[in-house]
Design a protein around this ligand. Sequence first.
Ligand code: MN3
Length: 260
Amino acid sequence: MWSLRTPLSRRRLLQASLAAAATAALPGRALGTGSNPVSGSGEGRGGPASLPWLQDARFPFSLPELPYPPDALEAAIDAQTMEIHHGRHHQGYVNNLNRALEGQPSLHARTLAELMASLESLPEEVRTAVRNQGGGHLNHSLFWTSLSPAGGGEPGGPLGEAIRSGFGSFETFRERFSAAAGSVFGSGWSWLVADGRGRLDIVTTPNQDNPLSRGLTPLLGLDVWEHAYYLRYQNRRADYVQAFWNVVSWEETGRRFDAL
Ligand code: MN3
């Protein structure tokens, strides 16, 4: 298999492997709400190449259509939850983000990724709204496209190799990601991310914070807000997380990894 790789992807795989090994003992690193300096990795660009749609997402923002019917993910998520989650919650983040930016024409040229990667530079009166509503729009846009009725199973290709060599096995990766999702207190997200050198890690974020605001590229995210699962799973978040693995689009996640 190694012979099929370019030197670049070999290097990236090695880095991913070393990074994952270095953090292998941790269930998932929490990216806090604190005042860590915000990375400027997304500034001056349309957005990470691995998230091409972000390069066009600018004010006024709009709700992306679901890439499948709302009942397509019944193996994990019921249709009513999908309809409310997408049509009301996600639409609400979009509406509130547009409302917050209406009176800020100097920010209208910035892409969503640029806004999220430069929160500290935004006018104070809109910073919290962009963080929460912009994060909500970005996170959910990533979430819908990370899922597929044809999903599940294990990732192949370079991403599969990177996960297996980095975390020891796909099973170990899945256990660590699930543990991280279970560890989120209150509302938040669990993520598979890559840093600027393509190294993989598992992190969690509170509320609607996004890894982009910490200079990390999100590859796969799981929404663990109660609104994402309560109708079917009530308090059984672990069952929801288990079912999530049946609908993960490794095809899309792999595309994001390949584009790093
Ligand atoms: Mn949600």
